[in-house]
Design a protein around this ligand. Structure first.
Ligand code: E4P
Length: 224
C-alpha cells in the first residue's frame, strides 16, 4: 500500500512527511495554482529536496499534443531530475505520449482517468500508475469503486506492470474504499489525511489510559 499527498504546498508536505508514511507527492496545474509558486521549477526542486529521492514526485504536463508533452517531459527531467514521474492526462494525444515516453525510458503516471477504457489503454501503453479520479467519477453518478475493482482485476489478470493510484478525493471514506476495492496506492489532499485523527474516541481512549496510570503511580510519573 502506498500513500501519497496531492499538494504542492511545501509547508504541508514538510509536516505530513514527518508524521505519515508518505511515499510520494503528486500535483496538477490546479493544485500548483493554489500553491502559486513564483518559479515553478524551483518550487518542484524544493519539493524534491524536501521529500528526497526515496519518495516519488509526480509532475503533470500542460501541453495538449503528444509531441509537446514529450518536450515538456524532457524539460521537467532537465529542470528537476530524471526520477520524476511524468503525469499525462489520458486523452488521445496523451495516450500516444505515454507510449512514446515509455519507449524513451520515462516513468509515467496516467491521469484524468474517468473510465475503464482510459485505464485499460493507459495500462497497455505502459503507464506505471493509473490515477483514477474517484470523486469526479462519483460526481458523474457512476460508482468509482466498480471502476477500481475492474481495473484492479485487469491488472492482475494480465500481470500488468502498473498500479492503480486513487486520486481526486473529498473524504476519507472514498480513500478507504479505494484501497479495499484493490488499489495499490492513493494520493490524498493534505487537509484530508489528518482527518484520520478527528475522531474524539481516539483522544478519549488515550486520556483514559493516562488517567489510570497516574492514579496508580502518581500524577506526572510516566514511564520516562
Ligand atoms: C491527482 O493526481 C489528481 O490530479 C487530483 O487528485 C485531482 O483532484 P480533484 O478532482 O480534486 O481536482
Amino acid at each position: 500500500m502506498e500513500w501519497m499527498i496531492d499538494t504542492a504546498d511545501l509547508t504541508k508536505i514538510k509536516e505530513l512527511i514527518e508524521y505519515y508514511p508518505i511515499c510520494g507527492v503528486t500535483s496538477n496545474p490546479s493544485i500548483v495554482k493554489k500553491a502559486a509558486p513564483q518559479d515553478f521549477f524551483a518550487h518542484m526542486r524544493e519539493i524534491r529536496k524536501c521529500i528526497g529521492k526515496e519518495r516519488s514526485l509526480h509532475i503533470q504536463v500542460t501541453a495538449r499534443t503528444a509531441e509537446d508533452m514529450l518536450a515538456e517531459a524532457r524539460l521537467i527531467h532537465e529542470k528537476v531530475d530524471d526520477a520524476v514521474y511524468i503525469k499525462i492526462p489520458v486523452t488521445k494525444e496523451g495516450l500516444k505520449a505515454i507510449k512514446l515516453l515509455k519507449e524513451a525510458g520515462f516513468r509515467v503516471t496516467a491521469t484524468a482517468i474517468y473510465t475503464e477504457m482510459q485505464a485499460y489503454l493507459a495500462m497497455c501503453a505502459g503507464a506505471d500508475y493509473l490515477a483514477l479520479y474517484i470523486n469526479r467519477i462519483a460526481n458523474l453518478d457512476h460508482d468509482p469503486m466498480i471502476v477500481v475493482e475492474h481495473v484492479a482485476a485487469a491488472i492482475h489478470a494480465h500481470q500488468a506492470d502498473c498500479q492503480i493510484l486513487g486520486a481526486s478525493y473529498k473524504n476519507l471514506r472514498q480513500v478507504q474504499e479505494t484501497l479495499v476495492h484493490g488499489a495499490a496506492a492513493v494520493t490524498v489532499p493534505a487537509d484530508i489525511l489528518p482527518l484520520t485523527f478527528a475522531n474524539p474516541s481516539i483522544e478519549q481512549a488515550v486520556e483514559g489510559f493516562e488517567r489510570d496510570w497516574f492514579s496508580l503511580y502518581g500524577e506526572g510519573n510516566d514511564l520516562l
